[in-house]
Design a protein around this ligand. Structure first.
Ligand SMILES: Cc1ncc(COP(=O)(O)O)c(C=O)c1O
Length: 398
């Protein structure tokens, strides 16, 4: 894990942070791009080998100079004190959750959290450690207060969620949690650290999958947790060192490269995303569009409070038709590739709840026939034309 250093604090804007924080040019012989320290171990000092006594590096599962740079940039972007990188988003999220888990404890979370996180809580932790949970809508503070039990140790949030983009009032929830001595963690991937910094609202641990906009090129799977120096240090020494989901130095180097252009990329995704979301709202095959930039977003006051005008390219919508027609729409797209991820340069489409019954969809907090698209960096008018021809094709299915 890396703590922010005094020299990192001189950079105030997110663009300056991604460009310069952690890049110790003098240490790396003036290299504008830092080297990849692709080694497992760092020698310990002896009276004869010339290794400085204060060399802090030990072994790449513990720390590594290339990974340190990524961690310092992300800690600064999240306005936190420290950050720890992981080999995947789920590595980061499971470590953050495990930090608060005790045998037989209770976790509160919104219905709409990312599927594998949900499974981790409802199956893995439940079956192995007797952990119980309560899912809540997330925007109803009274419902959250009512869900608190003496054994509740964590309120886990994801705001906005990554399919129907529901939000939570993270500042108020952090206050409630603190009053009850309960820990808090959030998946902040949708907002990115550019548009929402939950640590500044009192959330203990901020998690990201860096496989999305942080990496940005669909070439890494990576994760990160940011928070206080004390908590991140504990997570790095316990959950990361002991469970072992540490980042690889080459992965860190690609992540640093991705971070440098994240502000310009996300701005472009957001501009195109808003145009596509507004266009979708006008289409007869579309029942509802989920996108924080639309006036129709049901939690406009939370969007205005937290997202600071920040948009991106991820949109959910309800296809108005049969599951077969919804599938034909997805298969007929030519520019949007059919695949599950998002946050890279490319446009993607994936089924959200297409094929689920109303009951099954309601159980995961969304309507049936939700389709998710990611608006990539292609020309936005080309993308809209592609969506239009796929809607036409889907209508032909009886
Ligand atoms: C919102 C969200 N959180 C977490 C994850 C998990 O990240 P990773 O695939 O890097 O483990 C994903 C992956 O799609 C995601 O969309």
């Amino acid at each position: 894990m890396a703590n922010l250093k005094p020299q990192d604090l001189q950079y105030k804007t997110k663009s300056d942070i991604v460009t310069h924080v952690g890049d110790e040019y003098a240490e790396f012989m003036g290299a504008i791009v830092p080297p990849i320290f692709q080694n497992s171990l760092f020698l310990k000092p002896t009276p004869y080998n010339g290794i400085p006594e204060d060399n802090e590096f030990v072994y790449t599962r513990v720390n590594n100079p290339t990974i340190d740079i990524a961690e310092r940039k992300i800690a600064a972007l999240e306005c936190a004190e420290a950050a720890a990188c992981f080999s995947s988003g789920m590595g980061a999220i499971s470590a953050a959750i495990m930090h608060f888990v005790k045998k037989d404890c209770h976790i509160i979370a919104p219905h709409t959290i990312y599927g594998p996180t949900r499974t981790f809580i409802t199956k893995y932790l439940a079956e192995k450690f007797g952990v119980t949970h309560t899912f809540v809508h997330g925007s109803d503070l009274e419902e959250i207060k009512a869900a608190i039990r003496p054994e509740t140790t964590l309120i886990y949030l994801e705001s906005p969620s990554s399919l129907v983009l529901y939000m939570q009032d993270i500042e108020e929830i952090a206050k409630i949690a603190k009053e009850h001595g309960i820990g808090t963690a959030i998946d902040n991937t949708y907002a990115t650290p550019l548009h929402q910094n939950p640590y500044t609202y009192g959330i203990d641990l901020v998690c990201h999958t860096a496989s999305k906009y942080m990496g940005g090129h669909s070439d890494i799977v990576a994760g990160v947790v940011a928070g206080s120096k004390e908590m991140i240090e504990q997570i790095a020494h316990e959950e990361r060192e002991l469970l072992g989901s540490c980042m690889d130095p080459h992965q860190a180097w690609l992540l640093i490269r991705g971070l440098r252009t994240m502000p310009v990329r996300v701005k472009a995704h957001g501009e195109s995303g808003l145009k596509v979301a507004k266009w979708l709202e006008q289409q007869p095959c579309v029942k509802q569009v989920f996108y924080p930039g639309l006036d129709s977003h049901p939690q406009k006051e939370l969007v205005d409070k937290y997202l600071k005008g920040g948009l991106n390219g991820l949109i959910g919508f309800v296809y108005d038709g049969t599951a077969e027609q919804a599938r034909e729409f997805m298969y007929s797209l030519k520019m949007f590739q059919y695949g599950v991820s998002w946050g890279g340069f490319e446009s993607l489409v994936a089924p959200g709840s297409v094929g689920l019954t109303d009951e099954e969809a309601a159980a995961i907090g969304m309507p049936a026939n939700v389709i998710r698209i990611h608006v990539g960096l292609e020309d936005v008018d080309t993308l809209i034309a592609d969506l239009a021809q796929a809607f036409e094709a889907s209508k032909k299915v009886k």
